[in-house]
Design a protein around this ligand. Structure first.
Ligand code: MG
Length: 257
């Protein structure tokens, strides 16, 4: 190697290192290390709650829940074999705590001997945010739509009367089913007007059924959706007035976002 070739190689190596350094510095501009995502111990099998969850129902008691209206007999929903059984006479059941944005896990079972059809077959519902006084809210429908059809924006996995589920993921009656929900509550200005709409993502038995849906308001049976100032709010489970056999819930936990 002559002297000229030697210096040429040194120069090329120097330029290469400089370019590499510039690229690395540019790439690092988009990398950050803080705040680090919190380390959470994932739940074990059977969808157990992770370490940072608020346990809303684990089969032991109904301490986190209250009726939205008291029946004459002062009845509550009932604890049966570690599950929470809907009591239609006592009305809807809601959390004592109020929440804003959350990740929710909840399991339900339609009785194996369910009767009825359409909306009158295992109807319940999960209101991600109940309205003041326990009325209405934003309902993720619970219904037996395993070989039972109804209006699609009112079937299981729908945001009631707003958007049907992307797929029908219902399991047969008698089997435990689950929802995973990500709920971003609506924001309101001081005058009660809407600053930002509610958004929801839902997995039904592990399948995506609502993908970051923007809600147009609450989910009434009759009338148009509208927003009413209600945040933070309880989560409410529906005691639907149909005549079919009551359904059960279990393993309800939530992570505040
Ligand atoms: Mg319902």
């Amino acid at each position: 190697m002559n002297q000229k070739t030697f210096y040429c190689l040194i120069f090329t190596a120097f330029i290469s290192l400089a370019v590499h350094g510039q690229q690395k510095a540019a790439a690092e501009q988009a990398e950050y290390y803080s705040p680090a995502p919190k380390v959470i111990t994932p739940g074990s099998a059977n969808f157990g709650a992770p370490s940072d969850a608020i346990i809303l129902f684990d089969g032991k008691n109904l301490d986190e829940w209250e009726t939205t209206r008291r029946s004459a007999s002062n009845e509550k929903w009932t604890l049966v074999d570690g599950t929470m059984l809907v009591n239609k006479k006592s009305g809807d059941f809601q959390t004592k705590r109020k929440f804003k944005d959350f990740q929710l896990h909840i399991e339900y079972r339609i009785p194996a001997d369910i009767t009825g059809s359409g909306q009158s077959r295992g109807n319940s519902g999960i209101f991600m945010a109940a309205l003041p006084g326990g009325s209405g809210g934003y309902e993720l429908q619970v219904l037996d739509n395993y070989n039972n059809s109804t209006y699609v924006n009112g079937q299981a996995g729908s945001i009631y009367k707003q958007n049907p589920p992307m797929v029908n993921a219902c399991l047969p009656p008698g089997e435990w089913q689950r929802y995973e929900v990500v709920w971003i509550a609506p924001r309101f200005k001081a005058d009660g007007s809407v600053e930002s709409s509610a958004r929801v993502t839902v997995f039904h038995n592990g399948l995506l059924v609502q993908n970051d849906l923007v809600l147009t308001g609450d989910t009434p049976y009759l009338g148009n959706p509208e927003y009413k100032m209600n945040s933070p709010s309880p989560i409410k489970l529906q005691a639907h007035g149909d005549k079919s056999e009551p359904i059960s819930y279990r393993n309800i936990w939530l992570r505040e976002l």
